[in-house]
Design a protein around this ligand. Structure first.
Ligand code: PAF
Length: 284
């Protein structure tokens, strides 16, 4: 496994990959967990060469403390990457990614201002900016993102389409604990008690799915079925809505689309998010 610690090292390694081999790229911020492992295993089936980046991107953190406190587990990360057969790991420094004088940012567009973006101004602009730079540097044929961060996935897919980038973006399914809690690097910040309470997110999504499967195609009522689950929970709900996968906007009754329940909540100051596809709604 090659460790590439600068753009120059990456460039040299990338030039050595034959044009007949396809490169699959997985961008990460490290602190890899079992959810990443399943994503990486899926990624390794998509092409010939697996390239992973580890970079905690300052542009997508609005609070200095969150950036500084982001968990760093480099040795364990490298062991996992070795285990899944990654061919190379790109670990740029902040100076390598954003040299002095750096100023350009990509605007992720209006869908970046809702849900996760509402409370984190600039977060998604910073995210698409670094993903664009990583795609430019790594020149992958394929890239894999977790379905758990559904809004991020949507915005990356939009960027690739809107900016004519020649990368096929794949979604890796959300990996869950046996009680339904989605794997996340943030789970380590929860106390044992809050860890149990965090299952309310998955329960709420399942409540929406059960209502949808029972024929409820009213986004308001589906949102209400999720909010209801939080009535006796210490978790502070940020949003619980149903969106259309087409544009990540609030689902419109009677307009054909795939609907998805999205949810964000805070527990012990830790922001958790999750989502679940509900199903197809036909035109009425
Ligand atoms: O999801 C993440 O870990 C980050 O947002 C990403 C895609 C690596 C960009 O910094």
């Amino acid at each position: 496994m090659h460790l590439l610690d600068s753009q120059e090292q990456l460039r040299r390694w990338r030039r050595g990959i034959p044009a007949t081999s396809s490169v699959v790229f997985v961008p990460t911020m490290g602190a890899l967990h079992l959810g990443h492992q399943s994503l990486l295993e899926y990624a390794s089936t998509l092409g010939d060469v697996l390239l992973v980046s580890i970079f905690v991107n300052p542009l997508q953190f609005e609070r200095e403390n969150d950036l500084l406190n982001y968990p760093k587990t480099m040795d364990a990360d490298l062991a996992m990457l070795q285990g899944v057969g990654a061919h190379a790991v790109y670990r740029p420094t902040t100076e390598d990614m954003y040299p002095e004088g750096y100023q350009v940012r990509i605007s992720a567009g209006p869908a970046a201002l809702r849900f996760e973006g509402a409370a984190r101004p600039g977060h998604f602009d910073g995210m698409v900016t670094v993903v664009h730079k990583l795609f430019q540097r790594c020149q992958p044929q394929h890239a894999v993102f977790g379905q758990k961060d559904a809004q991020q996935l949507f915005l990356v897919q939009r960027m690739v389409e809107d900016l004519d980038m020649d990368v096929q973006v794949h979604a890796a399914k959300t990996w869950r604990e046996p009680d339904g809690l989605a794997f996340s690097s943030r789970n380590v910040h929860l106390s044992e008690k809050a860890r149990q309470q965090a299952t309310v997110l998955h329960r709420a999504l399942q409540a929406a799915k059960a209502a949808f499967d029972n024929g409820c195609h009213d986004p308001q009522a589906l949102g209400q079925s999720m909010r209801h689950c939080f009535e006796h929970s210490p978790a502070k709900l940020a949003y619980a809505d149903v969106i259309s996968d087409t544009d990540f906007e609030a689902a419109q009754p009677g307009v054909a689309a795939t609907w998805r329940a999205v949810i964000g909540a805070r527990l012990e100051g830790v922001h958790l998010l999750d989502n679940l596809e509900l199903g197809q709604v036909p035109n009425s």
